[in-house]
Each structure stands twice: as structure tokens, then as C-alpha cells.
Design a protein. Structure first.
Length: 471
């Protein structure tokens, strides 16, 4: 498990890659041909023009803004030692999760997370998956699925490519893909709480953009996944982590072959931090980031590929990998801005980029990734800006349930439900969620003095048509 922890701690940020070149004897075109002629691969997309038309109609509809599906990246790796005693920033700032350093194999922990999710309009957990029999796999299938069964809450797996496609000596390999997909099909895809788009089970793939470092690797991996799933009777919906940084466009022309759009059903951007900036990030920087994301969206849709926007509340991994010296991303727009102002401003832009062909899905990174300090899970303790080597002089507030409040207010109509027939403990979860919803804003807090509605914000951000490269 020590090696597993180091793998998890070493997740890539800012587009870094440890890949070395490697040749493959598994031609993508051959796999596609075999799969096609045996009837095993069925990839359905609506045309880009139809998708654009649906987006335009929906965004300008008299019915108002779209009904969102709100998803969060969820990490079921906090076992008996809170992820093997792995360090994290808030611990060193005398702050902790509101639940304490919990064991998420305890169903009561999952029930509380579910109650908070219901309160904040979160209907989907994209759960980190590191392989069969790993702690994340066991917690997801043995605890999470049992707790959420019978509710409308969904999960989709987040396939951790940096582990599952890791070869020897820093190389990358596809040799685990088929077995992994076979296991995922047998274990998860038939569950009624597994998330689907167009009746297709969704699998989110971590940093697929780094697989392009090895020619043909991404295409081979995706075709292996589709073929394995099709043999099991599933038309898998693959979401790739591709929309990172500036779009590959010069003078309205793609600067590389659009293969990733051809092989994926949707693209997103997990690592907002790597593209956004450091320290305090202004509204101008947020607009620049989401202008680029809009171009990624247009590029994808022109290639019959859906788009899923993403947001994060901030970033700081100095508590877990100080040697990397990554400058943190503040949760505030400026030193005088309120806690959560960066998250609010990001949501305001990201919501305008949802794609109806992908269930108007918006992804938040993350619910409980405490090691990189991207969590929105409630936090308690003392507010501080010390020590400098961990905070870079930024203020870190023990923010309570603030980020759940922000998400709830910004995403009305993203309905969540509880079980029709609930056990006593499940009724208690629903009761906790209802109590949270009914609480009045606390005097002097973000909820009180920021009362503008989501619908007002949406009207300000109504999309406009423009050619790629105009911004």
C-alpha cells in the first residue's frame, strides 16, 4: 500500500508527464476494423450542427437556464488511517474535515457525504478507481453502492490511467485495459445507480492528454476499452481529460489531428489549476480560462464530441508534495475578496458551457481530495496564513459548509431524491439534508450578503456565437 500511496500522491499536475517513448504492435485501424466487422463497437453521436442547435435553443429558452447534472470527483480512499496517514495541508494548519479524519468504509460516513451532496444539488460522484481489489474499488462496491441504492444518486468510475496504464521503467502500457474493463462491466455497469448518458455507462479517464506522448497509445487504449465493453454487451461512453491549456488552434485551424475527438464521446478538463494560474486569480484570468474552454467546446462539438465543463475551489499540494514547490491557487479572487469568491466566479462561467448532449453535466474537482486541497467537503479549525512555506502567505479559512452553500445557490433545479422506502438510518440522512436546506443565512456570511440568483447570473453569461480564434 506504500507504493499505492506514492502513486496517488504523485498524480500529475500542470501537464507534467513521466512518459518515455514506446512502440506498439497493435494498430488502431486494425482494431477498429475487427470491432466493426464483428459488430462489437457502436459509437453514437448526434451531428455537431444538431448539438449546437440544441445548446442554442436551450440556453435561450423561455424556460430559463438548463437543468444541470452536478458531479464531483470523489475519493473513496480514506480508510482506517485516513489514506495511510498521508499528509495534507489542512492537517498542518490545525484544520480537519468536519467529520474528523474519517474512515469511509463506515457507512455512516458515506451517508453524511450523501446528505451533504443532496443539500448541495450534487447528483453524481465520479469515484477514483485504481484497480480491482484496491481500497477505492472495495469501498465503492461494498459500501457506497449499498448506501446510495434506491436513491437517484449516481456514481461513475474515474479510471486512474497513471496507475492502470503504468508500465516498467516509466513507460506506459495498455496490457491491463481489457481485464480492467471486463471487471468494471461485471461489477458496476448493471447497477441501477451507475451513471449513464443516452443509456450508455460512463467511464471518465484521467489525463488522457498525456497518453498522446506515445503515438497510437490513446487510440489503442480506447479501442480496447470499447471492444471489451461491447463483448459484454455495453456501448461504453468514454470521457477523456483532454481540454487542458490553450486549444490547439491557429487561425481557426486545428494544429494536430483530431483523433482524440474521434475516439472519445466527450472531453473535459480535470486539472483546472494547471491552466488557471497561481496565487490570487482575477476575474480576467477566469474569463480567459473559460474563453479557452469555450473554444475547446466548439472544437469538440464540430467533431461530434460532447463537452463537460469543470470547476475547482482552489489548489495547494504543498502539504503532500512540498518538494515539487507548486505555487498554490487561492480560493479568493484577491486578498480582500471573501472566501469562496474564486469558486463562485468560476461556476458563473462554467455553467454557461454545459452541453445538453452530455446531460448538462458540470464537474467539480473535488468533493474530498484533501491532499491537493481541492475539496469542498466541510472543514473546521482555525483560520490562518501561516506557515508561509505551506500557505505562500494566502489566507486559509476553516470554511465550514460554505462551498456546499455556494454550489446549492448556484445550481437550483439540479434535483436529487431519496429512497421511496427508507430505513431509519436513511431517514436520518434525509432529515440532515432537509435541516441544512432549511437553515437561514447566518448574519454576515457569504449566504446573506450575496443574494443574487443563479438565473440572474445566467442571463449575464448567455452565450454568443463567434468563430474559433475570435477571443
Amino acid at each position: 500500500m506504500v507504493a499505492d500511496l506514492e502513486e496517488r500522491k504523485g498524480k500529475q499536475v500542470g501537464g507534467e508527464s513521466d512518459a518515455t517513448s514506446q512502440s506498439y504492435q497493435f494498430p488502431a485501424k486494425l482494431v477498429l476494423a475487427i470491432a466493426f466487422f464483428t459488430g462489437m463497437v457502436c459509437i453514437f453521436h448526434s451531428s455537431a450542427n444538431e448539438t449546437e442547435a440544441r445548446v442554442s435553443r436551450l440556453l435561450k429558452s423561455e424556460d430559463g437556464p438548463p437543468k444541470l447534472t452536478v458531479g464531483v470527483y470523489y475519493y473513496p480512499w480514506h480508510g482506517k488511517n485516513f489514506h495511510n496517514d498521508g499528509g495534507y495541508l489542512r492537517e498542518q494548519l490545525s484544520q480537519t474535515p468536519q467529520l474528523g479524519e474519517y474512515d469511509d468504509t463506515d457507512p455512516d460516513v458515506i451517508r453524511q457525504h450523501l446528505a451533504w451532496s443532496q443539500y448541495a444539488n450534487i447528483g453524481l460522484w465520479v469515484t477514483s478507481w485504481w484497480g480491482e481489489g484496491k481500497i477505492e474499488d472495495n469501498t465503492t462496491k461494498k459500501v457506497i453502492l449499498k448506501v446510495i441504492e434506491g436513491t437517484s444518486h449516481k456514481i461513475a468510475l474515474h479510471y486512474e490511467t497513471t496507475s492502470r496504464m503504468k508500465g516498467e521503467n516509466g513507460t506506459k502500457t495498455t496490457h491491463r485495459v481489457t481485464d480492467d474493463i471486463n471487471y468494471i462491466c461485471d461489477t458496476y455497469f448493471d447497477h441501477p445507480n451507475y451513471f449513464r448518458i443516452n443509456d450508455r455507462p460512463v467511464l471518465v479517464l484521467y489525463v488522457t492528454r498525456t497518453l498522446d506522448d506515445v503515438p497510437g497509445l490513446l487510440q489503442d487504449a480506447l479501442l480496447l476499452a470499447r471492444t471489451a465493453a461491447a463483448k459484454k454487451g455495453y456501448n461504453i461512453y468514454l470521457v477523456g481529460d483532454q481540454a487542458f491549456g490553450k486549444p490547439p488552434v491557429v487561425n481557426n485551424t486545428l494544429t494536430y489531428e483530431a483523433d482524440s475527438f474521434d475516439y472519445l464521446d466527450a472531453i473535459t478538463n480535470y486539472d483546472v489549476y494547471g491552466s488557471m494560474g497561481r496565487g490570487y486569480v482575477s476575474n480576467d484570468a477566469i474569463h480567459a480560462f473559460y474563453d479557452n474552454q469555450w473554444i475547446w467546446r466548439r472544437l469538440a462539438m464540430k467533431e461530434d464530441c460532447a463537452f463537460i465543463p469543470s470547476v475547482t475551489p482552489g489548489y495547494n499540494d504543498l502539504g503532500v508534495r512540498p518538494e515539487a514547490k507548486h505555487a498554490p491557487l487561492s480560493r479568493r479572487l484577491s486578498a480582500t475578496s471573501p472566501e469562496g469568491s474564486f469558486f463562485e466566479a468560476s461556476l458563473k462561467r462554467a455553467i454557461g458551457l454545459v452541453d445538453p448532449s452530455a446531460e448538462n453535466l458540470l464537474l467539480v474537482n473535488s468533493f474530498n481530495e484533501w491532499h491537493e486541497d481541492t475539496q469542498i467537503e466541510p472543514c473546521i479549525g482555525d483560520t490562518t496564513d501561516e506557515p508561509y512555506e505551506l500557505t505562500a502567505g494566502l489566507k486559509y479559512e476553516a470554511y465550514g459548509e460554505l462551498y456546499l452553500d455556494i454550489l446549492k445557490r448556484m445550481t437550483p433545479g439540479a434535483a436529487v431524491q431519496t429512497k421511496e422506502k427508507e430505513s431509519p438510518k436513511e431517514k436520518e440522512v434525509a432529515k440532515k439534508a432537509a435541516e441544512l436546506r432549511s437553515q437561514p443565512p447566518r448574519p454576515g456570511t457569504w449566504r446573506e450578503h450575496r443574494s443574487r440568483s443563479y438565473h440572474d447570473l445566467f442571463e449575464e453569461e448567455e452565450e454568443e456565437d463567434f468563430e474559433i480564434g475570435d477571443r
